[in-house]
Design a protein around this ligand. Sequence first.
Ligand code: GLU
Length: 362
Amino acid sequence: MLRKFPKRIKRVVIKVGSSVIATYKMKPRSAHLSSLVEQIIQARQKGIEVVLVSSGAIVLGMGETKVKYRPGDVPSLQALAAIGQTVLMRTYDNLFKKVKANCAQVLLTWDDFDARHRYNNARNTFNAILERGVVPIVNENDTISTDEIKFGDNDKLSAFVASLVRADLLVMLSDVDGLYDIKDGKKKVFKEIKEITREIEGVATGTGKKQMSKGGMAAKLQAVKVATHAKIPCIIANGETDDVLTRILKGERIGTFFFERQEKLLARKHWISFGAKPKGTLIVDDGAKAALLKGGKSLLLPGVAQWEGHFAQDDVVVVKDKKQHEIARGIINYSTTDLTKIEDKKGQREVIHCDDLVLSER
Ligand code: GLU
């Protein structure tokens, strides 16, 4: 039986991990990539627009400069990314030319998603590239990304790109068959997941090829959360499967399918949950925790037991319980300095207004 997508797929984001792109000798897997490019072109001929998010810059940079082990320091990684990105794009460019098509390079950082005008600008650019029948190939701008503006892994980047271009589906291809359900020592792939619960997150295990890829299953599930909350269904599948993309788009039940959430988080709440980088943490007592979990309640000062980090007014902070479990994220009304100065800790001061607060488990 074929899979029925919630709506017709007109635009899809495909994310390919480093293990799909590079051989163990850290050179481009040309035959494999050639098949991927052909499948992308077939999709386009069927009227499906494709945006490709491709990792591989660092690993190909290592191959190019004969570096055996992934370095730990940032300047070396950034240099390798700069070297490898040209190998990556040269490979894609040649493959697209062979099938008489064009591709375009788009390098992004977190900043492009954090600032509204840049976000809109990036969306217009994607639309303009797609209108020309060209396939955008996206990677993180590793060479200039510092911790502050870094996505860190391309899984997350692909989810934000899917939301930016308003894709109808996000497909993440790596070296695993999907999300494994491990029971009594037996491994089986989940066909469908309605909601990512704590239990589901608990079964997430990492990918094998740590040397190459950054993500792992936990990172993939985080990315799935970002996308499904923006009402975009996702598929995690094995990039080694023959004609994987064509078959997925036909509806073959390959990999794990994650349903999109019923209600879309408002753009502002989506940004609080996933878009903004939290600047600090508030630890709340059990009373405040219970009140917040009921929903519709603001966080008041007496419920805050302690805080960590350095934040300004209007920054996003994480709210945790005493056991360090994340409960919510929200926009704080006070800076660290302000909080320290307030002497009357019992007053009903609103630290985070309920409209600016999003529960982490919905
Ligand atoms: N942007 C990195 C690269 O191209 C990959 C990050 C990841 O594997 O998620 O090498």
